[in-house]
Design a protein around this ligand. Structure first.
Ligand SMILES: Cc1cc2nc3c(=O)[nH]c(=O)nc-3n(C[C@H](O)[C@H](O)[C@H](O)COP(=O)(O)O)c2cc1C
Length: 192
């Protein structure tokens, strides 16, 4: 997929990508994507995030199995298949677990409203470089097993796991309804 340097075009072309080529993601590219996440705004500039970069099959494979269990629980069967646009995480070059503090087991509006802009920066930077990614939270159905696997300490939560790689095939812009359906002037308009 072609890189994108025009920001307005970037928003329209950032899409959920769930199938990747076998081409590895090099360290420098990965670094650029993570640097973009670091530039996200955060409450009191607290940078309430940590990134776990997962490439080791010993971690990726069990994580992939757990994700498939969650997927089956919600959507029934539906084997992952690269050609069909959703591959198993075993085949995904990189998974990034984005962690955020949860003192006493609780996240707050402050942390949530900070960590997700970091995720979005990461995904937009990825798309600008020609990479694909997708925000995922479905795995939270197996959160306990995943936290154990990734050795997440007390007081931290994973806010998202983001698969990342060079897309298996090119794709066009995302599809959205007309803006007018989502914007009101001055007051809430009945029926909106
Ligand atoms: C909070 C959140 C959670 C999501 N969880 C998942 C997920 O667990 N698995 C998945 O494949 N996609 C997940 N997505 C991706 C959405 O399905 C995707 O952004 C949406 O369908 C729009 O896709 P598009 O940009 O390609 O049009 C999630 C997105 C968000 C914002």
């Amino acid at each position: 997929m072609q890189p994108i340097s025009d920001a307005m075009s970037l928003f329209a072309h950032q899409r959920a990508v769930r199938a990747f080529s076998d081409r590895p993601v090099d360290d420098e590219t990965l670094r650029q994507v993570l640097e973009a996440a670091m530039h996200a705004p955060s409450s009191q500039n607290g940078l309430p995030w940590r990134f776990i970069v997962i490439r080791d099959p010993e971690v990726k494979d069990p994580l992939s199995s757990l994700y498939e269990e969650c997927y089956a629980q919600v959507y029934g069967t539906g084997e992952p298949d690269r050609a069909a646009g959703r591959e198993p995480w075993t085949a995904t070059p990189v998974l990034i677990a984005v962690c955020t503090p949860a003192p006493n087991g609780r996240t707050s509006m402050m942390t949530g409203a900070s960590v997700y802009p970091a995720c979005q920066n990461l995904m937009l930077a990825a798309r600008a470089l020609g990479l694909g990614s997708v925000m995922t939270t479905l795995w939270r159905l197996k959160k306990d097993a995943i936290y154990e696997l990734l050795a997440i300490p007390e007081g931290w939560e994973i806010a998202a796991i983001i698969p990342l790689g060079w897309p298996a095939r090119p794709f066009g812009p995302n599809r959205r309804p007309p803006l007018e359906d989502y914007v009101m002037e001055n007051r809430w308009t009945a029926g909106s």
